[in-house]
Design a protein around this ligand. Structure first.
Ligand code: DLL
Length: 434
């Protein structure tokens, strides 16, 4: 069993909890002094930083939400002077505005360490060639995996996402032994490799996959087709990026690096903390991050904690694979998409040609997500002029791409052709089975 930081990863629970308590108290004080949103919420509850004595008081602290990132856009939640921030990343918010997170030099170090712990737990070593096929850029996947692999001393192949033929050629030519990407892209690569008949030219042995939900069945298929062991990695931009948690070689739940992140499962309706083992909403508190700390951040991911200790010897709690969300966020080809973003684009582009009646249809064909948006034309615009219709479809497609960062197929459909519902409009039809 290999560890990046054995002392910390196998720290006795009592010692770990002491460390967490110390760090939590410091973090609460820092946030109270530097983050207005947090201070106001604490004041509302009549809480002072000195009322928090350790992890036993965590449940007394106020929650934080994705909406806060929008309300304080772009830097209002940062807890350090901006001169100390060395990097920002961004991800989709519930409407057009992106959410922005920041990192100090120490935060980047901590991020590298968290990703590296997951990679080492999955068996990655300095001898490996790590092909990073997560997107680089605002998305945290590419640079996150990159930093972790570099810290281990592996050889990083920073190819980023897309261009499947080039991905496969690179794997063959450069002798990639580790692949990092979304599980659906891994499946797609696997199908292409099978079709091209080049599996025997590959040296892959480990896959580090995440950023979207995937099933045990999908894991088995990817492992068979690519001839590797596939491991799950979890994270979210607001808390860190990839590496908040990850699987060890037991492949039985993801260890949350609890010296940096406190995990809770709550009842999403009442906010009450649930006992380990029960399913609810995942909530994280980052106790060491400097630039963008979060206190009791509601992830909206539905999940549970595995109460039993792991056979690998790590003492840090494991979370099960998240298997849904409490909001309407879709993850399409690894990109977070909110229906409200699509609605916003449609309202903006409409000069009376389209109605606000739309439907999003998501499916998985050949292991790739398909993304269709049907929009009703208005009675006035409805015409047989195909050219005009196609022009508007192209325009909406472009606008959606610039808002979401991925392509959708837009179809203008006849007036009143989208089924009306008697209750809530059914805006999303997700036919994927994960
Ligand atoms: O997806 C960070 C990441 C990159 C994780 C690469 C793993 C690998 P966001 O774009 O902010 O960050 O999206 C975060 O993605 O709240 C979950 O809903 C979902 N998610 C991430 N990892 C997993 C996973 C990155 N392993 C949102 N299983 C999260 C299921 C996942 N869902």
């Amino acid at each position: 069993m290999a560890f990046l930081n054995e002392k910390v990863e196998t720290m006795p629970r009592e010692e770990l909890e002491k460390l967490q308590s110390e760090r939590l108290c410091n973090q609460v004080r820092r946030c109270y002094e530097n983050v207005e949103c947090f201070r106001l919420r604490m004041d509302e509850l009549g809480l002072r930083p000195e009322d928090i004595h350790g992890v036993e008081d965590l449940h007394r602290l106020p929650f934080s939400y994705k909406k806060d990132l929008r309300d304080y856009y772009p830097y209002g939640l940062f807890a350090t002077p901006l001169k100390d921030v060395v990097r920002v990343h961004a991800s989709s918010g519930t409407t057009g505005k992106r959410i922005v997170v920041g990192y100090t030099r120490n935060d980047l170090k901590l991020w590298d360490e968290c990703v590296a712990r997951v990679m080492v737990a999955a068996g990655v070593t300095a001898e490996d060639f790590v092909q990073v096929s997560f997107g680089y850029g605002f998305f945290t996947g590419g640079l996150g995996a990159h930093g972790g692999a570099e810290l281990i001393g592996a050889t990083v192949i920073p190819i980023s996402s897309g261009n499947t033929a080039n991905q496969i050629q690179t794997m063959i030519d450069f002798g990639s032994t580790v692949l990092c990407c979304t599980p659906s892209y891994a499946m797609y690569l696997a199908e292409e490799i099978e079709r091209m008949g080049v599996k025997d030219q590959l040296k892959l042995r480990v896959g580090i996959f995440g950023a979207e939900p995937w099933s045990e069945d999908m894991r088995r298929q990817i492992e068979d087709k690519l001839g590797l062991k596939a491991y799950d990695i979890y994270g979210l931009s607001e808390v860190l990026g990839p590496g908040v948690s990850g699987e060890c070689t037991e492949q039985a739940g993801m260890h949350v690096w609890e010296d940096h992140f406190l995990i809770e499962i709550i009842d999403p309706d009442t906010g009450a903390v649930l006992p380990h083992g029960e399913t609810g909403e995942l909530v994280f508190t980052s106790i060491t991050k400097e630039a963008f700390p979060v206190i009791r951040y509601r992830t909206r991911d539905i999940c549970s904690i595995i109460p039993e200790p792991c056979k690998c010897g790590r003492t840090h709690l494991r979370m099960r694979k998240p298997n849904g969300r409490t909001d309407d966020m879709l993850i399409i080809r690894g990109v977070n998409v909110f229906p409200s973003q699509i609605e916003e684009v449609l309202l903006k582009v409409s000069g009376g040609e389209i109605t606000p009646n739309y439907q999003i249809v998501v499916d998985r064909v050949n292991n790739t997500d398909t993304f269709d948006v049907n929009v009703e034309m208005s009675e006035n615009f409805f015409s047989d002029n195909i050219k005009e219709v196609e022009k508007l479809e192209r325009y909406i497609t472009e606008q959606l791409r610039s808002m979401l960062g991925i392509g959708a197929k837009v179809h203008l459909v006849n007036p009143k052709s989208i089924a009306r519902s008697e209750g809530k409009a059914k805006r999303v039809i997700d036919k994927r089975k994960i």
